[in-house]
Design a protein around this ligand. Structure first.
Ligand code: C2E
Ligand code: MG
Ligand code: MG
Ligand code: MG
Length: 290
């Protein structure tokens, strides 16, 4: 019955396809204009060590302030930017802007930037990364690029070559949304990522009976064996955090600690964190004895 209704609904909307195409074209034009007029903003979401609670880095997440429609989520416009090729320009802007911002943060805090498969296959990603680092003065070791499994699905050799080029620059590589692709585990065999970001879908029910804690535990163990760290995405509750810590997950990101925020709100948070009693795992030896 639901199927029949679905089919009827589809028929019903068919004459409006033209309108849909027009709406898409309008949005594409708005997107082009926003790239010229500065309609985008970069928000940052902190990532915390589960061992020390210190902020270890922030992920850059792009936002679009649409003049009529208000804030539009990247989940809506990134696919359009990818289809139209505009993602190359948008991605370069995010990378440059975020590197400049991160260069003002306290030393050890890292910056993570999402890279679209389109950018990844553009042939110029490594050059753009080097340019952004040079323009900002940010150390390569403080930049982490987040890629998804989609970049590895085809063109295996070419994709591996890009990963090795990026590695040669000295940036870190994280595998984003881990577990949502169709052969996730096989990718870990082919390239030594620095970090695995465990997708939010496994974190949501991690603390439930019959939830995903076994899967998360397995991923954490595989990662450790291959010298990769793990970040849990979308941590919203204390039980989730406590369990992740127990399972040996390295880092967490999520609304429990902070949603993505504008640069002006993030910087003081990072400075305060550095002055606090907790220090990142790599730092204690440098501290003066008290
Ligand atoms: P992602 O890279 O996996 O980013 C995580 C998403 O989860 C972000 O959504 C973030 O705001 C959201 N999130 C973080 N903590 C929580 C939580 O505790 N609960 C829930 N429910 N959500 C949480 P956002 O900012 O809407 O971005 C969505 C996606 O858009 C990103 O997923 C990424 O794939 C893409 N994106 C964002 N910025 C960029 C960019 O500059 N370039 C590219 N290529 N893609 C981007
Ligand atoms: Mg990401
Ligand atoms: Mg993700
Ligand atoms: Mg995601």
């Amino acid at each position: 019955a639901a199927k029949a209704a679905g089919r009827r609904t589809y028929r019903f909307f068919e004459p409006d396809m033209e309108e849909e195409v027009r709406a898409r074209r309008d949005l594409e034009m708005d997107l082009r204009r926003a790239l010229v007029d500065g309609g985008f903003e970069v928000y940052y979401q902190p990532c915390l060590s589960l061992q020390t609670n210190a902020i270890t880095g922030c992920e850059a997440l792009v936002r679009w302030r649409h003049p009529q429609r208000g804030m539009i989520s990247p989940a809506e416009f990134v696919p359009l930017a990818e289809d139209t090729g505009l993602i190359n320009q948008l991605g370069e802007w995010v990378l440059t802007t975020a590197c400049k911002e991160a260069a003002t943060w306290p030393g050890p805090v890292r910056l993570a930037v999402n890279v679209s498969p389109i950018q990844f296959r553009s042939g110029t990603l490594a050059l753009k990364v080097m340019a952004a680092l040079a323009a900002s003065g940010l150390a390569a070791s403080r930049l982490e690029l987040e890629i998804t499994e989609a970049v590895l699905i085809r063109d295996d050799e070419a994709a591996l070559a890009v990963l090795h080029d990026l590695r040669a620059i000295g940036v870190r590589i994280a595998l984003d949304d881990f577990g949502t692709g169709y052969s996730s585990l096989s990718y870990l065999q082919r390239f030594p990522f620095d970090k695995i970001k465990i997708d939010r879908c496994f974190i949501t029910d991690i603390a439930e009976p019959e939830g995903s804690s076994c899967i998360v535990e397995a991923v954490v163990n595989i990662a450790a064996e291959r010298h990769m760290t793990t970040t849990a995405e979308g941590v919203e509750t204390e039980p989730q955090r406590d369990l992740l810590r127990e399972l040996g997950c390295s880092e967490m990101q999520g609304y429990l600690f902070s949603a993505p925020k504008p640069a002006a709100e993030i910087r003081p948070m990072l400075l305060a964190d550095r002055q606090g009693p907790e220090v990142a795992p790599s730092r204690p030896r440098k501290r003066k004895p008290v």
